[in-house]
Design a protein around this ligand. Sequence first.
Ligand code: GLV
Length: 310
Amino acid sequence: MHLLLAITGDPKAQRWIEAFQRQLPDARISVWSDDAEPVDADYAVVWHPPAALFTRETRLRAVFNIGAGVDGLLSVPTLPADLPVIRLEDAGMSVQMAEYVLHALWEVSRDFAAYRRQEPEGNWKVLPVTRREQWTVGVLGLGQVGRRVAEATASFGYPTAGWSRTPREIAGIETFAGSDALPAFLARTRVLVNVLPLTDDTRDILAAPLFAQLPQGAHVINVGRGQHLVEDDLLAALESGQLAGATLDVFRTEPLPAEHAFWRHPAITVTPHTAARTLRAESVAQIAGKIRRLESGEDAGGQVERGRGY
Ligand code: GLV
């Protein structure tokens, strides 16, 4: 069995090879290079792979995406329509996402950001006590990650709702489904968290019409994809006071250019696409397990439905 790795942007390819070799000792493992001959790989493990991979490697039986979001892979024009695409399922990402969102929530709900501004002034000013019932959290997207995020905020007593395309039931979470239910979900949401997959339906969803349906002074946390957010609409909503602040981990252009207005905007917190990192050991163990299952004719789990895009 031959495994081909094409992990764009990761200079530590060798570590991935070693980790896969430990998990799959009988596998042959190659790393993609633009000028190599075809290796007739059975499986490819990729992150933003080059288009040439799918024209050169024509014997692939499945491609594994080492991330939760498959938008970068599905947009490769040469990806064969019938090639199974398998994404990471949690693999240590959901807990990181929950942690990130709790931190962003507490910054505003517990006034930690405000206390940090008081500190250099030597200002001992105790701000009003946090009333959790006033800090309604709404999670857009209730896949594995969204569910974990919603459970985390609910577990700290924040009234939490979730919205998904198709109905979901989660204990302790008020759930809304479908576009008809979106206005009611937004109307009760003070802190909106986006963990949707990027698809044609969700691109540009975080825009003026959506912001207008949130209560005035709402906060937006975007940990989905930069393409979910219409940047100028966010700036306008902050300017008008419709939104009070935003915490952004993902951007239309990454790295976010140093001169971009988001960096120095007082109401925007920027982090460099780090909310939930792919963890090598967890990911390799999960993918190796899926390969073993495929090799013995079983279902691997985590297969993307190409038609819906996630
Ligand atoms: C990261 O952005 C991922 O999709 O896992």
